[in-house]
Design a protein around this ligand. Structure first.
Ligand SMILES: [Fe+2]
Length: 274
């Protein structure tokens, strides 16, 4: 049996996990501990994991079955479930706050990033949408609970392959407040460029409201900023967080992260939840 030690990385979000080597099989008890730690801390960091692609896929399955990512041009040719984040390839850092793949009926429960080559700068920030929800005025919490977003592929992307658009740009509706299926708490839930509109609002008004919400909600008090070390594995819970990439590094540095997403539930709102 593995004994995990969790050290908080921020007063409100994020913990470093010691005593875990994901190159080895994980028993059921450890698996349950990890799942509970993710629901509670929302972001976990495991240091010194140096995976090959097949090892990474096995390690990720501890958190759930791996899902295919939709911008297929960035998926690893021999291991297409792994997305390669390498801005030297012409990719733009996802610098706006978002949660992943809301254009899917069952968006990913968690995203994992593995630091292969790291740079000075290029951090990843994660904010607790559970804490953001709790800090909103009661009237706004009630208002948000009545809203749903209509989601598709990011509205600003011009590099989407036609086969990906065909498969993944089908309208999907999600509540703007989501109840965590394991933790039972509520969190604000939307992706500002995949939500093409809020039901009953124009796309322009929807964007204005979501932008204003982000400005009001996201503060250092609810945000953990991860400074990458080679071999880091960062896992975050997409059901109650948003994240963003910091593009503030010298692009002559060869930075490379491998991304995996794991299957999640259909978002739902339980009005009796906190
Ligand atoms: Fe993302």
């Amino acid at each position: 049996m593995t004994r995990l030690t969790l050290t908080p990385l921020h007063p409100l979000i994020g913990a470093e996990v010691a005593g875990l080597d994901l190159h080895k099989p994980v028993d059921a008890e450890t698996n349950a501990e990890l799942s509970a730690a993710l629901s509670e801390h929302l972001a976990l960091v495991v240091r010194d994991q140096h995976f090959t692609p097949p090892e990474y896929l096995v390690a990720a399955s501890v958190f759930g079955p791996v899902m295919r990512q939709h911008y297929s041009q960035y998926n690893m040719p021999d291991h297409p479930d792994i997305g390669v984040i390498r801005h030297r390839d012409g990719q733009e850092p996802a610098s706006m706050w978002h949660t992943d793949h809301t254009n899917r009926e069952r968006p990913p429960k968690a995203t994992m990033l593995h630091g292969l080559k790291v740079a000075r700068g290029g951090d990843t920030s994660i904010a607790s949408m559970r804490a953001a929800y709790a800090a909103l005025p009661e009237a706004e919490r009630q208002y948000l609970a009545t809203l749903r977003t209509r989601n598709g592929i990011d509205d600003h992307r011009t590099d989407v392959r036609s086969e990906d658009r065909e498969k993944y740009d089908v309208p999907v509706y999600h509540p703007m407040v989501r109840t965590h299926p394991e933790h039972g708490s509520n969190a604000v839930y939307f992706h500002i460029t995949k939500a093409h509109c809020i039901e009953g609002m124009t796309p322009e008004d929807s964007k204005t409201y979501m932008t204003d919400l982000l400005v009001r909600m996201i503060r250092p008090e609810i945000t953990y900023q991860h400074e990458w070390r080679k071999g880091d594995l960062l896992i975050f819970d997409n059901r109650a967080t948003m994240h963003r990439a910091h593009g503030d590094y010298d692009r002559s540095q060869d930075r490379e992260l491998w991304r995996l997403i794991v299957e999640g539930d259909r978002p739902r709102l339980d009005l009796t939840a906190a």
